[in-house]
Ligand binder design. Sequence first.
Ligand code: F6R
Length: 613
Amino acid sequence: MCGIVGYAGKKTALPVLLDGLARLEYRGYDSAGIAWIENSSIRRKRCQGKLAALRDILEGGRISDAPIGIGHTRWATHGAPTEENAHPHTDCTGSLVVVHNGIIENYFSLRNQLTEEGHTFRSETDTEVLAHLVEKYLEDDLSDAVRKALADVEGAYAMGVLWQGAPDTLVAARKESPLVLGLGKGENFMASDIPALLPYTRDIIFLEDGDLAVITADAIEIKRIDTGEPVQREVTTISWDATAAEKAGFRHFMLKEIYEQPQAILNTFRGRIIPETGRVEIPEIQLQPEAINGLSRIVLLACGTSWHAGLVAKYWIEEWAGIPVEVELASEFRYRRLLVDERVLTVPISQSGETADTLAGLRIAKERNSPVISICNVVGSTITRESRGTIYTHAGPEIGVASTKAFTSQLTALYILALFLAQTRETMSADERASKLRALAKVPGMIEKNLKALHDACTGLADEFYQHSDFLYLGRHLHFPIALEGALKLKEISYIHAEGYAAGEMKHGPIALIDRNMPVVALIPRDHVYEKMVSNVEEVRSRRGIIIAIAEEGDEDIARIAQHVITVPAIAEPAAKPFLFTIPLQLLAYEISFARGCDVDQPRNLAKSVTVE
Ligand code: F6R
């Protein structure tokens, strides 16, 4: 996730661009850059770090009064957060510049092809191929060249292009990454998100996938990228205030991030899986097949929500790749006598990449010669720098303290890692892998379709239960860790005592807690332990517990045993069910916290990144 802005007008572009970028910094802030056209030449300034550093550089010199420009604030995906990798990127001649948000999936082959054709690359980014592709096709019409370039591109993009040969024109295009246009008087804008534009205009056009816009001070012309046909897009007048706009109209970042999950999951598997053939490609882990085949064990190392993601992955990896897995709480792992050596793969899982205990555990594992492959959301963070390889989750910045989209993205990365191990160790047929990948590919769409209805249902439940002081969450098999995660979400943001249990453990103690006041959230997917789970719920019912069942659409039987039923879309592949069962637990926790008047995004006593022991 990155932020892009563009301006074509009559006033000085730079302050507008810097101001717009500041409002998009929530989308990433590991480097920033800006380009404009002055005396018929492209000029550019970029730097590593937050926008303030760029602002200092610009304000230290003469501020250009150029009336056109583009800017970018980066959340690194390909290439470290350095100045060379900061946008805008140029072609070989330096006469055109590109800013981009998204992922170019075939950038590697495009880069090789363009290099063979004589283009010189100066960064490690996927974006730079866009600049060289446009250069390749550019004759005298910039928008034509962008259209031709995009015909070669696979992946997601929101982009802006400036060329000194057309000094009044900014070209923007989008596919699967957000991009809006703003309409002013004698000036027009583009941006990744509305907040960047609100000080200047409230008249917004939402570009659709496959749209390209030619933007000048006085006009915006929109056409389709594939056919070049002109299209009309509706103008929407935005009524949000600036604070609401930063959260895209959502009440809290947490809610926005819950709604971003379809995109975050898609971004995490995009370019790494081929569902038709069952292939998984994650070259970034840099482990040779011999090393994978020689593994005796895998240690998944994490804290909190990330640990729950590891617990789910244990089932996948053991079942598919046949390797024993231990899921370690990093704070415990680091103070034990460890039986870890070079045949044990250590996988730290961390959203922030800075969690002190996880980092300490990683270092101890390395001292014992264990190869370390991390799963992380923040490019360039300490954990990634100290790992041999990293599978990045592409969830974008997570601002709400309670982890939501990072969790489902971690599940996604672990799901494909498990299949990759099975592929390398030949423990699963290509057909079976293909079927599991097809199921994963369906997940984002299924979540998206059901989100609003699920949200309404969870709001209704929250109204009824927000004053209760204790909750139990029950699940079995893959949904035992999901029950733990549901309980953690509730307690951390609503301050209600909640416990997650393996449902089969109830009889060994916790069942004593059940009475007519105890809400029990029971996760009841239709899997191989369905009947067992139903029996456990019956046990709760016979002790007069209040049952809130999360079940699959079409499962009519559950309504007979549970007082409250929330349904999620039914997916045949059992391994893909945890993604769908996680969402209502997040929404329920969110709505209960909101109903209790808690500080949802910054709950008491917590920090987003726990960098101390
Ligand atoms: C809970 C939550 C925490 C983190 C934990 C690890 O919602 O966010 O439990 O999961 O502090 O953080 P990372 O993943 O950054 O290592």
